[in-house]
Design a protein around this ligand. Structure first.
Ligand code: PMP
Length: 462
């Protein structure tokens, strides 16, 4: 670790322990134990405060660092841009903002406008506000309802939590905002838990469940449907056959805007630019964040079709008729400067192609592990976004207890491989191992990850 003495490291650990409130974790153990501090990263690997090397199978913990660590060209692009012009917010444009919007839109046929902000939650909030304003402008205050799906996640703010399908995340934070309505999930592996789910054509049936909710609520009250293309934190849920086709038809039939949350899947994670492009869907609004600049800068985007955009400029004589919203750091040029270079890397290094090849290898490897370890009940994946769901019994599909799943994650960590585990909406049943490495992963990296899992499963379930 360049230039850091043992004393420096001790100081950092002490300062962290004394003053940093880490995300998503109970801090009591830090009173005696040490928080983990990641000190350096290069390519697929990161080093912690003890100099221990880890292979990162979760792209920065939360599926973000798509182009890998230590990219000098992104650092240079950001440096050059912020020395020239770092920030101007509010009503104006910037050079990287314009150029990145142009490049992004070229990857998204049917979409035309990019609204800049800085986190996935914020991008989703913008989308919700657009839907609400359209309800007031066009539908006399009706069509304010926003449908979201069981197991999906859209962010940590109160409005995005109101659209949150993972119950254990929401517990103790209510009351939530009104007019967010839940629709059932589409997880084929667990269809036995859904009343009336058929053996055949499950995808169509699951989409039909959304239509039932729309009819129950009244189609003239529903403004939008917000879905993840592949549910991420809710269990790496890949959609069943026929699902998206039917979802699109339903939205068109009832004049409901389709908002796709690409915060995780966007920018190549599933082997195409955006997850929805796997399914031939035509969204009205697309939100994205994590991979947009691979964590080299904080940037998110709420992208719309011209149809949506036009609704905010159709009557310019009305002083209320524009999107009356701002994001201060939407004017920070580090984001689009990093995003432009990030996109160049994805293209020039053919990382989407690599994602398809390596994703297939990851699924093959996990399936081979499933032959050997009966605790793996299901293997799912789209590109380099893969999950292995652990169960106590393959016939009943009883979810593995979270403690055991975390023991597998901890064993991999001991071996120097960082993997993740996703939520299942039920406390203590956090049972899907999750793999979403940087998109630069090689065959050796993939094999190293799955070999570590093989060893961990062997030890934990010996
Ligand atoms: N949508 C999805 C699908 C996510 O997974 C996340 C974050 N994990 C968000 C939205 C929220 O993004 P952020 O944490 O940047 O606000």
């Amino acid at each position: 670790m360049d230039g850091m003495t043992a004393n420096d490291i001790t100081h950092v650990v002490d300062a962290d322990r004394a003053h940093v409130w880490h995300h998503l974790i109970q801090h009591k153990p830090f009173e005696t134990g040490e928080p983990r501090i990641i000190v350096e990263g290069k390519g697929m690997r990161v080093w912690d405060q003890h100099g221990k090397e880890h292979l990162d199978a979760v792209a920065g913990g939360v599926w973000t660092v798509n182009v890998g660590y230590g990219r000098e060209s992104i650092a240079n692009a950001v440096r050059d841009q912020i020395l020239k012009m770092n920030f101007f917010g509010g009503t104006v444009g910037t050079i990287p903002g314009a150029l990145f919007a142009e490049k992004l839109i070229a990857k998204m046929p049917g979409m035309t406008r990019v609204y800049y902000c800085n986190s996935g939650s914020e991008a989703n909030e913008k989308a919700f506000k657009m839907v609400r304003q359209i309800a007031h402008k066009r539908y006399g205050g009706k069509k304010t309802k926003i449908l979201y799906r069981d197991r999906d996640y859209h962010g940590s703010t109160l409005a995005t939590m109101s659209a949150g399908g993972q119950d254990e995340r929401n517990a103790q934070y209510g009351p939530f905002a009104p007019d967010f309505i839940r629709v059932p999930h589409c997880m084929e592996y667990r269809k036995h838990e859904q009343d009336g789910a058929p053996d055949q054509n499950y995808g169509e049936w699951a989409a039909g469940q959304i239509e039932e909710v729309i009819l129950r609520e009244g189609p003239d009250t529903v403004g939008a449907l917000c879905l993840e293309p592949v549910t991420a934190g809710g269990g790496v849920i890949t959609p069943p056959e026929g699902y998206w086709e039917r979802v699109q038809e339903i939205c068109e039939k009832y004049d409901i805007l389709l908002h796709i949350d690409e915060v995780v899947c966007g920018m190549g994670r599933t082997g195409v630019w955006f997850g929805y492009q796997n399914y031939g869907v035509k969204p009205d609004i697309v939100t994205m964040a994590k991979g947009v600049a691979s964590g080299y800068a904080a940037i998110s985007c709420c992208v719309t079709s011209e149809k949506v955009f036009e609704l905010f400029k159709d009557d310019a004589s009305d002083p209320m008729n524009y999107f009356r919203d701002i994001s201060t750091f939407g004017g920070c040029t580090a984001g689009p400067a990093a995003a432009l270079e990030n996109m160049r890397i994805l293209e020039d290094e053919d990382l989407l192609g690599n994602t398809l090849t390596m994703g297939a290898r990851m699924v093959d490897n996990l399936q081979a592990l499933a032959e050997k370890h009966r605790v793996i009940g299901d293997v799912r994946g789209k590109g380099l976004f893969c999950g292995a769901e652990l169960v106590t019994d393959r016939d009943t599909k009883e979810p593995m207890h979270e403690k055991m799943v975390q023991a597998v994650v901890a064993d991999c960590m001991q071996q120097g491989v960082i993997i993740g585990a996703t939520n299942r909406s039920i406390p203590s049943k956090n049972n899907t191992l999750c793999f979403s490495p940087p998109l630069i992963a090689t065959a050796d990296d993939i094999d190293e990850i799955t070999n570590a899992v093989d060893g961990a499963l062997g030890r934990v379930f010996a």
